[in-house]
Design a protein. Structure first.
Length: 175
């Protein structure tokens, strides 16, 4: 089986920075362990980075969420803690200016993965968006989100996002 792990936006600004929230730091250990499992099995691991520029507040997202975050080149843009140490020369990284990454979706389609697992932040925004793109790119692949390795600052939206994912045939594990 050809499978991939996608670590979505586990960046400083979403963990302890401008959009950080209580509990986000607790995901570090389970995420690092999951990355190790995939790498040890010889599977691919992809990282996404929410990536904005200095003109963030003038963008559509910036007008709706006027909190600067993940500005490229700042400490907030970097991967958090030990997750950053998991990046190596074989790592594939997608910088994305919005919630979902079309480049990631094209990459998934080209690689023809049978199984795609997503973890990271934020469950009801970027994890949700990229899981849906994975489903569109690979309609016959098994797409999974591990609830132990994702969260949101809004517990209600987190649970709703997991329900929506399950409703579109994304397997939600670890709930």
């Amino acid at each position: 089986m050809k499978q991939v792990l996608i670590v979505v936006d586990f960046q400083n600004d979403f963990v302890t920075g401008t959009l950080g929230f209580p509990g986000a730091t607790k995901l570090e250990g389970p995420i690092v362990e999951k990355i190790k499992q995939f790498k040890d099995a010889g599977d691919d691991v992809i990282f996404t980075l929410d990536t904005h520029q200095e003109d963030y507040r003038g963008t559509e997202e910036g007008r709706n969420l006027p909190i600067e975050h993940c500005i490229k080149g700042t400490p907030g843009w970097e991967l958090y803690g030990k997750v950053a140490d998991c990046v190596d020369a074989a790592s594939v990284i997608f910088e994305k200016p919005t919630f979902g990454s079309m480049s990631l979706a094209r990459h998934l389609a080209e690689k023809r993965y049978n199984r795609v697992e997503l973890i990271g932040l934020v469950s009801n925004i970027c994890v949700l968006a990229n899981a849906l793109l994975a489903k569109a790119a690979l309609p016959d692949a098994h797409v999974v989100v591990d609830a132990r390795c994702t969260a949101s600052g809004d517990a209600s939206l987190h649970e709703k996002a997991l329900d929506i994912l399950a409703g579109v045939h994304v397997e939600v594990i670890g709930r």
